[in-house]
Ligand binder design. Structure first.
Ligand SMILES: [Zn+2]
Length: 481
């Protein structure tokens, strides 16, 4: 163990900051540099140094669900669009689950999101429930986003009108770049757009955003419509379905940053080998009548199709991102299935050594097993996307234990995992706080040399994502598209 040498760290951290700032281009100084979350009385000089370094290092964001910015801009003035552009934006998405689990009636939550009530009426509706769950990571994220975007520490009777005005005014062309780069200190974000089907074709990848190729409707929740769209004609046989999958990868693979699948919401992740001979009659029956397969038969067919996708992902060198662990939403998580995610995945991890598997959300609450997988298999990576706000303290604890057990190159430290870009800055602030805590505590407990801190921070916040995902290839192919 190296002796803690403050001068070494300060000297080294200066160099790392210079490198990161250069990589960030000529963007204005982002508010990631704000370390006001740190209570004054707990700031040690070490923690302050780590916080400054973490604040100045841009984050590579490996997972968001952002819809196209132009849709958000168009929706802002559309009375029929979902979700009003007012202060309730801070209670969308994940916060809505905590509010309802805390007792807010579903109908009242719908009214909160609607355009039918004034900000004052909405505030009266949500306040009692907000008070009951304001302690969670989701609601902390709402406040941290509010602080980053509007300089306010909380929502109050006397500021909701004004904040609502500002939320609406801010939704204009270019606001994604402003929010992600300038406010959240994010260098680049990878997007899995839930509205775009297999791949977002409405805009090319850019220095700010790239897109995942989703295999949900090609394999794990196979849809005849998607297969036929990808095939460009009718699909009757397993051979036709395989050709449709191959065609989807041919078209989108060169432009995609990764393959993404969230079948863990619908089934176990035990993708056993099912031969083409066994799968072919199942597919033909499915093509004639999609309701005709038993659950076991459906899963067997999915296994065959998913393995086809894995082979194509390997051909196109796409890392494979899989949802693991906790379920978004509320009232529907079968924990028995979730707890098998990692043991189930060992099968394909071992059988596809040429595929890099990115296991998302740290498989919460079974994150300990993920550290073991990342330590054991060269082709497994842990992605902390979403994890910082599900359970911030466990997020920091996971990072600490991971960094003393598995190679540091296996850890991706951030993904906002939001539909609404306005909530990403808060998540980035909480992640930076957690990273700072984890690194500081490792140094203080003697598990990490202070002189290793700058390189480690650079690696987990951005370097690993640059190493694993081929953004240069995506940008080259985007400009030629
Ligand atoms: Zn997600």
């Amino acid at each position: 163990m190296d002796r803690v040498d403050r001068r070494t760290f300060i000297g080294a951290s200066g160099a790392a900051v210079g490198l990161s700032a250069a990589a960030f281009g000529d963007s204005p100084d982002h508010t990631g540099t704000d370390t006001s979350w740190m209570p004054e009385n707990t700031r040690s000089s070490l923690e302050k140094n780590v916080a400054d370094l973490v604040a100045r290092t841009p984050l590579m964001d490996t997972h968001e669900h952002l819809p196209p910015e132009k849709d958000r801009v168009a929706d802002a003035d559309n009375p029929d669009a979902d979700h009003a552009p007012d202060f309730s934006i801070f209670f969308t998405h994940y916060a809505g689950s905590d509010l309802q689990v805390a007792g807010m009636p579903e109908e009242d939550y719908r009214r909160l999101m609607s355009r039918k009530l004034s900000p004052g009426e909405k505030w009266r509706l949500v306040k009692p429930w907000y008070d009951r769950c304001r302690n969670t990571g989701y609601l902390l994220c709402a406040r941290e986003s509010l602080r980053a975007l509007h300089g306010e520490t909380d929502l109050r009777d006397d500021n909701i009108e004004q904040i609502s005005e500002r939320v609406k005014q801010d939704i204009r062309p270019g606001f994604y770049r402003r929010v992600l780069r300038d406010i959240a200190g994010i260098e680049h974000a990878q997007v899995n757009c839930l509205k775009s089907g297999t791949f977002r074709e409405s805009e090319p990848a850019s220095d700010l955003l790239s897109f995942d190729l989703s295999t949900v409707s090609l394999a794990s929740s196979v849809s005849m419509k998607t297969l036929e769209r990808c095939a460009g004609g009718p699909v009757h046989t397993l051979q036709d379905a395989h050709a449709a999958i191959d065609r989807a990868f041919e078209r989108f693979g060169p432009r995609a940053i990764a393959m993404k699948d969230q079948s863990a919401y619908n089934r176990r992740l035990l993708y056993e080998e099912v031969s083409d001979a066994d799968a072919a009659p199942l597919f033909e029956r499915f093509a004639r009548n999609q309701q005709s397969l038993s659950p076991t038969e459906r899963e067997a067919l999915q296994n065959n199709l998913f393995r086809r996708c894995l082979r194509r992902a390997e051909d196109y060198r796409l890392p494979v991102k899989l949802h693991t662990g906790y379920y978004a939403g509320h009232k529907h998580m079968p924990l028995e299935r979730v707890r098998h995610n990692f043991t189930d995945l060992c099968r394909i991890i071992a059988e596809f050594p040429g595929v890099n598997f990115v296991l998302m959300h740290i498989g919460y609450p079974y994150q300990h097993e993920l550290t073991a997988l990342c330590k054991h298999y060269p082709n497994v990576y842990a992605d902390m996307c979403w994890a910082w706000i599900i359970d911030p303290v466990s997020g920091a604890h996971f990072m600490k234990t991971f960094l003393t057990a598995a190679p540091a190159c296996k850890l991706l430290s951030f993904g906002g995992d939001y539909l609404y870009v306005e909530l990403v800055p808060g998540h980035a602030r909480i992640a930076r706080q957690g990273i700072t805590r984890a690194i500081t505590e490792l140094v203080l407990s003697g598990w990490l040399a202070e002189s290793d801190v700058p390189e480690l921070v650079e690696r987990v916040m951005r370097g690993n994502a640059h190493e694993l995902f081929d953004l240069d290839r995506v940008l080259r192919n985007a400009s030629g598209a």
